[in-house]
Design a protein around this ligand. Structure first.
Ligand code: HPA
Length: 274
């Protein structure tokens, strides 16, 4: 008999509980360029995704594909160094699985980071944007199929998917660090191709400020299982057609690396305040 989703989650969480030194308070998902933050974790314990029952492993370049657990900014953190993406061929449910596992483990808050293209023409490359809301443009949901009511309700509310409390804290912390934090709507696409200029104009008309290939499935899963979530996007490039120049993954990575220090500073300060 096929194991139910909640049983798989419980098995994964039980394995993690055995390996980790403590129950983490905050989970961090590190996107492109911010992966090195995991190297600042004190007394780190590593758990490669491949060792956790029912987990899929990440294939994206520069995504290490492991949990790093330890102390960061005075908090017990569990960091996903590298995440799964839809464009790698992972199903939305596979991408959501680690989120449910963290919740089952006893994690109280989730902080997501990502690299995004700027759609809002006021934005500049290198800006940070607090995600206030999202548009799921992938046409898919991690909640497709039978609902396991042990995970959450059939029709979860998304009004407060990005926690009001955590957003307020992020705004306050960024101000006190002297880091400019834009705010806006993230539109999540499947990729891996970048968007066309026509798509970006359409997304702007829909109310999106930044576009990326991650985050929405993780946030949906977190809303489903009641894990308060905040997300910060790094604007690594202006989206297609905003500037009359081609986009490249190399450019995204170069900016992510350049601005990584500042984002790490913001995330550390935010962790301390959460
Ligand atoms: N589009 C989609 N995803 C991205 C982009 C972009 O312009 N930049 C970084 N991730």
């Amino acid at each position: 008999m096929k194991m139910t989703q909640i049983n798989q989650i419980r098995e994964a969480a039980a394995y993690m509980r055995e390996r980790l030194p403590f129950i983490p308070e905050i989970s961090l998902v590190l996107g492109s360029g911010i992966g090195p933050l995991a190297d600042e974790i004190e007394q780190p314990v590593y758990v490669p995704y491949g060792e956790v029952p029912h987990f899929k492993t990440s294939t994206a370049p520069d995504h290490a594909g492991r949990f790093v657990c330890g102390m960061l900014a005075g908090k017990r953190v569990l960091c996903m160094q590298g995440r799964l993406h839809g464009y790698e061929g992972h199903s939305p449910a596979e991408i959501a699985f680690p989120i449910y596992t963290m919740k089952e483990l006893g994690v109280a808050k989730l902080l997501l980071t990502n690299a995004s293209g700027g759609i809002n023409t006021e934005f500049k490359v290198g800006d940070f944007m607090l995600i206030e809301d999202h548009i799921n443009m992938t046409g898919k949901s991690p909640l497709t199929g039978a609902n396991d009511s042990s995970c959450g309700v059939r029709f979860p509310d998304m009004t407060f998917a990005y926690s009001t409390d955590m957003r307020e804290t992020a705004v306050r912390v960024a101000e006190s660090c002297g880091i400019r934090l834009r705010r806006g709507v993230y539109i999540g696409v499947n990729g891996p191709q970048f968007e066309t200029p026509a798509e970006i104009r359409a997304f702007r008309a829909l109310g999106a400020d930044a576009v990326g290939m991650s985050t929405v499935f993780e946030t949906i899963a977190a809303a489903h299982c009641g894990l308060p979530t905040a997300a910060i996007a790094m604007i690594t490039n202006m989206a297609a057609g905003v500037l009359m120049q081609p986009l490249s993954g190399a450019e995204v990575n170069a900016i992510a690396e350049q601005k990584g220090d500042e984002l790490r500073k913001l995330i550390r300060a935010l962790l301390a305040a959460l």
